[in-house]
Ligand binder design. Structure first.
Ligand SMILES: Nc1ncnc2c1ncn2[C@@H]1O[C@H](COP(=O)(O)OP(=O)(O)OP(=O)(O)O)[C@@H](O)[C@H]1O
Ligand SMILES: [Mg+2]
Length: 599
């Protein structure tokens, strides 16, 4: 074994191993170069998932013949004019992407500088260059990568199907496009346009929202809160999805630092923390957040593909994200996802061609969805007919013409259905509240507020209640007695097989004490020992709320229902229960009219 310097081609191939993992990574590098060159439009063409061809064309600044010859040299870059790694203003700075790609493919670059007469072309095969030679090309640059990984069969073997590789490339371009709404992007594969995002001119904020809507769908734009916060030179902007618009995985969290798409654990953790009160652990919010800070406050030179960054002051970044998102979510208050009510409305809507048979009353009968809808609507009316004293089965209706629905966002309570849902009339529509979910949310927010003010107020029981339990549950509850007392639940072990409860949280009102204690014991067994109950407050509150009086399956009178609605309006985050399910849906009159074909 003798020590020696590696040949250039081998060095570049090693570098390529880090930078170019798959076709999508080459796409990322080439598109970033186009953006750095000030392109207004970037067109990408792929064949066979990028294996056969990746071509990226831009209308940016272009390169001279000399620059063309130099740009494929390792460590040749125009982006570190002062050699200052603390002052990185472009997406690139390593001078490694093109030589790395050139080392593992057949590369051709054609470019014309803006305002220049002629274009030039350079071809590189397995690291050996020919040219530059004169060529025909409009101002801008076109980079063609053919037969990616032909010289590294091992890497080639790891590529997935063309469809999968294409999808990775699409994801890459979408991320880049979110951060650059003023640039148009097009991606074609085999003559098929798979992504088309026209440039959005104008002010950044509206342009960005429009671009996000184009990339993530209109629904996101309609279900997202605008975020804008600043602290000590650190700016956070973007959009955060409502909890009711959450997803089963974290794949739709788009995070950017100084215009660079990053996958950063600190940022992901901050987003998770911000939503922890309003989302269950297995639900994930959809967000597009843009962090901007002075280049010297963040190190982007920590990852070969620049997918990770390191902040000088991580605590500041985390704090700003958590507080800005929490604030926005609390401000949004009782706003639930509009998509939920759209879906609900869809369920009411008769499907397709079956409709005409029904209104004529003939033959086939109503299609299923419609029949259900009709039944749901008929119930309260049937009940109203019998209003004089008797209680309708499954529905309670009280007409109280005196209260004016207009004053309150959640309107005036009119009926309770199935002992679970409150129907309220608002100024411009109809509100359906899940009373259990709503109450859970209110309990949770009150507990949070009281905890913040020192501790949850307890209500002494006139007669202490002894609850019999298995031994393990008793010791588990006893071990948490101090924490439970802070939450307003005073209990202690009562021999080996029971606890005695002396105090329950006052805000619960009348409570089924044995049920509450038994449920808590079961849940304590499941929860992580290391986590304090404050950290599990959402779960604790949810399980306590279950045993309070206002829950599914209890009849409420109009006054109680209205009290609940007013409570919801006052409560931060009231649009969803502790687990991100909506607590109510609103149907606009216009939607209802559409339902009946009046519009
Ligand atoms: N599309 C383009 N238009 C104009 N100039 C380009 C283009 N692509 C590359 N260049 C020039 O070639 C140089 C080398 O590109 P390369 O991607 O290899 O390195 P870089 O962008 O400087 O840094 P990094 O390796 O971090 O991407 C760039 O600095 C730039 O001057
Ligand atoms: Mg580059």
């Amino acid at each position: 074994m003798s020590l020696r310097r590696l040949p250039k081609a081998t060095i570049n191939r090693i570098a390529a191993g880090e930078v170019v993992e798959r076709p999508a990574s080459a796409v990322k590098e080439l598109v970033e170069n186009a953006l750095d060159a000030g392109a207004g439009q970037v067109d990408i063409v792929m064949a066979d998932g990028g294996r056969r061809l990746i071509a990226v064309s831009d209308d940016g600044a272009g390169m001279t013949a000399d620059e063309l010859a130099l740009c494929i040299e390792r460590h040749a870059t125009s982006k570190l004019p002062d050699d200052d790694l603390l002052d990185i203003k472009w997406l690139g700075f390593r001078g490694e992407a093109l030589p790395s790609i050139a080392a593992v493919s057949r590369l051709a670059l054609t470019s014309r500088v803006r305002g220049a007469e002629a274009a030039w072309r350079l071809e590189v095969e397995a690291g050996a260059a020919s040219g530059p030679m004169p060529a025909a090309h409009p101002p801008g640059t076109r980079v063609e990568v053919r037969d990616l990984f032909f010289s590294t069969p091992a890497r080639l073997k790891f590529l997935k199907t063309a469809r999968t590789e294409l999808n990775h490339a699409i994801d890459t371009v979408r991320r880049l496009a979110m951060a650059h709404p003023d640039v148009g992007f097009q991606l074609r594969q085999d003559e098929r346009r798979v992504l088309d995002l026209p440039a959005v001119p104008g002010d950044l904020f509206p342009a960005r929202l429009e671009r996000l809507a184009a990339v993530l769908g209109r629904e996101f734009a309609e279900n997202a809160l605008a975020i804008e916060a600043e602290r000590e030179g650190l700016a956070l902007t973007g959009y955060a999805g409502l909890p009711t618009y959450s997803r089963g995985n974290a794949g739709q969290q788009y995070l950017f630092v100084n215009g660079r798409a990053v996958r950063d654990r600190l940022l992901v953790g901050a987003v998770r923390a911000a939503y922890s009160d309003v989302l269950a652990r297995d639900r994930h919010p959809v967000v597009a957040l843009f962090v901007r800070l002075a280049p010297e406050l963040v190190d982007v030179n920590v990852h070969p593909a620049k997918a990770e960054v390191r902040f000088r002051d991580p605590g500041l970044v985390r704090g700003l994200i958590v507080s800005a998102l929490r604030h926005a979510l609390a401000e949004a208050g009782h706003r639930a996802s509009g998509t939920v009510s759209t879906a609900a409305l869809g369920a009411f809507r008769p499907e397709g061609t079956a409709l005409p048979t029904w209104p004529r009353g003939g033959g086939g009968g109503a299609p299923r969805g419609l029949a259900e809808a009709a039944a749901a609507y008929q119930a309260p009316y049937a009940a109203a007919d019998r209003l004089a004293g008797t209680t309708a089965p499954g529905a309670r209706v009280q007409a109280t013409p005196a209260d004016d629905p207009g004053e309150h966002p959640l309107g005036a309570a009119r009926a309770q259905l199935h002992e679970t849902y409150i129907i309220a009339e608002s100024r411009d529509g109809l509100i359906v509240v899940d009373q259990h979910a709503a109450h859970e949310r209110i309990v949770m927010e009150r507990m949070k507020a009281e905890l913040g003010a020192g501790g949850v107020a307890g209500q002494l029981l006139l007669l202490p209640e002894v609850v019999e339990l298995d031994e393990a549950s008793v010791s588990r509850l006893a071990a948490r007695a101090g924490e439970l007392a802070e939450l307003g639940l005073g209990l202690e072990a009562f021999g080996a097989g029971a606890v005695v409860v002396r105090e329950v949280p006052a805000l619960l009102g009348q409570t089924d004490v044995p049920g509450l204690v038994r449920d808590l014991a079961v849940e304590l067994a499941e929860w992580d020992q290391a986590l304090g109950l404050r950290e599990r407050l959402d779960d604790v509150a949810a399980s306590m709320a279950c045993h309070a009086s206002v829950r599914a399956g209890r009849r409420l009178d109009i006054a109680e229902m209205n009290a609940l609605l007013r409570d919801m309006e006052r409560t931060p985050n009231a649009g969803q229960c502790n687990h991100g399910r909506p607590t109510y849906v609103a149907l606009k009159l216009a939607d209802i009219e559409r339902l009946f074909g009046r519009r």
